[in-house]
Design a binder for this molecule. Structure first.
Ligand SMILES: [Zn+2]
Ligand SMILES: [Zn+2]
Length: 483
C-alpha cells in the first residue's frame, strides 16, 4: 500500500536526520576543543603605522550643472541629448541615483562594469561608484601641506589616501625624528615605516549602521505544539544553563516526560532569539558613561567567528553583541555605534575601553569623520606597563569576566550549524544577561535591568515567558496602527 510505504519512508528519513544531527553535534563538540584563535593583537603590527592622522581638508569640487550641459549640447549638435534607451532589466539604473558631478538624473546614467556599482554619466562623461561618490563630490587636501591627496589603496571597507609630497612638513618631520639605525633600515625596508600623511575613507555611512542582524526563523512561536511552561523550561536549560539542544531534549523527556527533538529545540531557539532581539536592542536602558568592548569567539559551521561585546561597565548591561566571521573595523564600528546611538547627545566624558586591537583606532577615525569624536582608551598587553593600562585595567577585567561568563555558557553547546543559530544564541544570552541573570557585582546581587513584570514570577521558566510577552508587546507597539 502506497500510504504505508510513505509512512515507512518518512520514518527512515526522520531516523537518518537524527543520525546526521547527532554526528554533526559530535563533530562540532570535537572541533570546539580544537585550538581557539589567538585574540591578542599580533606583535608584528606596528602601532605607529596605524596612528590616526588629523582629518584632511575637505574642499567641495566645482560642480557642473547638467541642465546647462544639456543646453550646450543642443547648441553644439543642433538636437537635444536624449535619455538612454535601455534593453533588459540588467541595464536599469535605480531612480534615486544621480551623477555626483553634474547631478544628472538616472535616465542619463549607464551601468558600467557589469552591475558592480560603477556608473557613467552620458552628460558629463564622469565615471563614479555609488559607494565612493564622496570622492567625486569633494577634493581632499593634506592638512600639513595643503597638497592634493592621492588614492593609493582599496581595502575591504575603506580606501586609503596619501600625501606623497616630499616637501610636506609631516614627511619632513618624520625624517628628522629617525635615528641613524632607523634611516638605514628605512632604505632597505621602506614599507615598514609610516612616513606620509594617510587618510582612510570608509565605505560606510552612519545610516548603514542602523541594521540589526537578521535571524531567519523556521517556526512561528504562536503555532508551536508546546505549552508556554515547556518553552520556559527549554529556554532555562538552553540559555541559563547553556545545555545543548540534544541534552535539553533528553532532559525534557527524562524529567518532564515530554518528547521533543533537538532540532525542534534549535528551531524554537532561533524564533525566540528573533523575538527578543528588538526588545533587548531598543530597550531604554539607564546608562553610565563608562563602556568596555572586547571580542570573543564561537564556532559556526566548523569555523571560528567573533562576537563583539560592548557593555556598560557600571550598570552591567550588554549594549552590543555583534557576530561576524571577521575581526574587522566594520564590525568594531557597528558595535561602537550600538552604544552611541542610545544617546541623543554623546556625553562629553564618554569613555570606551577596548583592547589594543588597531581596528578600534580605525573605528575612532570613522567616527571622527562623522563628527562624533570619541575617547577610545586602549589597554594594551597583559601587564600594566603604561599608566593608561594601570588605570583602566579594572574596567578591562570587567568585560573579560563577561566574556568568561559567555564562554562558560556557550562551551557545552560546542558549536553552531548555521550563522543564524549562532546569532540567535548570542541574542538570547544578551537578553538573559540583562534581564534575568543576577549579577554579583550589583547591589543585593540583583539583575542588571529589573523589570517589574518579572518580579511577580515565581521561577525562571515563568520569567522567560513573561519576558517573551513583553518582547511581543514591544513588537506590536512598533507596528503601524490599523495592521
Ligand atoms: Zn554627470
Ligand atoms: Zn602633506
Amino acid at each position: 500500500m502506497p500510504d504505508s510505504i510513505i509512512t515507512y519512508l518518512f520514518h527512515i528519513i526522520n531516523l537518518l536526520c537524527e543520525i546526521i544531527l547527532d554526528l554533526s553535534t559530535q563533530l562540532d563538540n570535537s572541533l570546539a576543543h580544537s585550538k581557539s584563535p589567538d585574540l591578542t593583537p599580533p606583535d608584528h603590527l606596528d602601532y605607529q603605522r596605524l596612528t590616526v592622522d588629523d582629518l584632511p581638508i575637505i574642499k567641495s569640487m566645482d560642480k557642473k550643472d547638467y541642465r546647462l550641459l544639456l543646453q550646450a549640447y543642443e547648441a553644439l549638435h543642433g538636437k537635444p541629448c536624449k535619455p538612454i534607451k535601455r534593453h533588459g532589466s540588467k541595464t536599469q539604473v535605480d531612480e534615486h541615483i544621480t551623477c555626483p558631478c553634474c547631478q544628472a538624473p538616472s535616465i542619463y546614467l549607464y551601468i558600467n562594469n557589469g552591475g558592480k556599482g560603477q556608473y557613467s554619466c552620458k552628460i558629463c562623461q564622469e565615471r563614479f561608484n555609488q559607494k565612493s561618490r564622496f570622492s567625486k563630490e569633494i577634493a581632499l587636501e593634506c592638512p600639513h601641506c595643503q597638497g592634493n591627496l592621492d588614492l593609493i589603496k582599496h581595502r575591504e571597507g575603506f580606501v586609503i589616501y596619501k600625501c606623497r609630497h616630499q616637501a610636506c612638513p609631516y614627511y619632513q618631520d618624520r625624517l628628522k625624528k629617525m635615528t641613524p639605525e632607523e634611516k638605514e633600515r628605512f632604505k632597505q625596508f621602506p614599507y615598514e615605516f609610516k612616513m606620509h600623511y594617510i587618510f582612510r575613507d570608509f565605505a560606510l555611512n552612519l545610516s548603514d549602521l542602523e541594521d540589526s542582524p537578521n535571524i531567519p526563523t523556521v517556526v512561528q512561536l504562536s503555532n508551536i505544539h508546546c505549552s508556554p511552561r515547556a518553552l520556559g523550561l527549554i529556554l532555562t536549560y538552553c540559555v541559563n544553563y547553556g545545555l545543548s539542544a540534544e541534552k535539553t531534549a533528553a532532559l525534557m523527556f527524562d524529567v518532564h516526560e515530554l518528547k521533543i527533538s533537538g532540532q525542534t529545540i534549535r528551531n524554537y531557539r532561533r524564533s525566540v532569539g528573533a523575538l527578543v532581539q528588538p526588545f533587548t536592542t531598543n530597550f531604554p536602558y539607564q546608562l553610565s558613561d563608562q563602556f568596555c568592548g572586547d571580542e570573543t569567539y564561537i564556532r559556526v559551521q566548523g569555523k571560528w567567528h567573533y562576537v563583539f561585546f560592548f557593555f556598560d561597565a557600571v550598570n552591567k548591561i550588554i549594549l552590543s553583541n555583534r557576530v561576524s566571521p571577521q575581526r574587522n573595523a566594520q564590525t568594531a564600528i557597528r558595535a561602537i555605534w550600538d552604544v552611541l546611538k542610545r544617546f541623543d547627545k554623546i556625553p562629553e566624558k564618554l569613555e570606551l575601553i577596548v583592547d589594543g586591537n588597531p581596528i578600534y583606532k580605525l573605528a575612532q577615525a570613522f567616527f571622527a569623520q562623522h563628527d562624533k569624536p570619541l575617547d577610545i582608551i586602549q589597554v594594551i598587553g597583559l601587564t600594566n606597563d603604561d599608566p593608561v593600562s594601570t588605570e583602566y585595567r579594572p574596567l578591562k577585567q570587567i568585560i573579560e569576566r563577561l566574556n568568561r561568563t559567555f564562554k562558560g555558557n556557550y562551551k557545552p553547546l560546542g558549536g553552531f550549524g548555521s550563522q543564524s543559530g549562532s546569532i540567535a544564541h548570542v541574542e538570547l544570552f544578551a537578553a538573559y544577561f540583562n534581564f534575568l541573570r543576577p549579577h554579583s557585582a550589583l547591589d543585593k546581587n540583583s539583575v542588571p535591568v529589573q523589570l517589574p513584570e518579572l518580579q511577580q514570577c515565581n521561577n525562571m521558566p515563568q520569567k522567560w515567558i513573561r519576558l517573551l510577552n513583553l518582547a511581543e508587546d514591544y513588537l506590536m507597539a512598533q507596528q503601524p496602527i490599523g495592521f
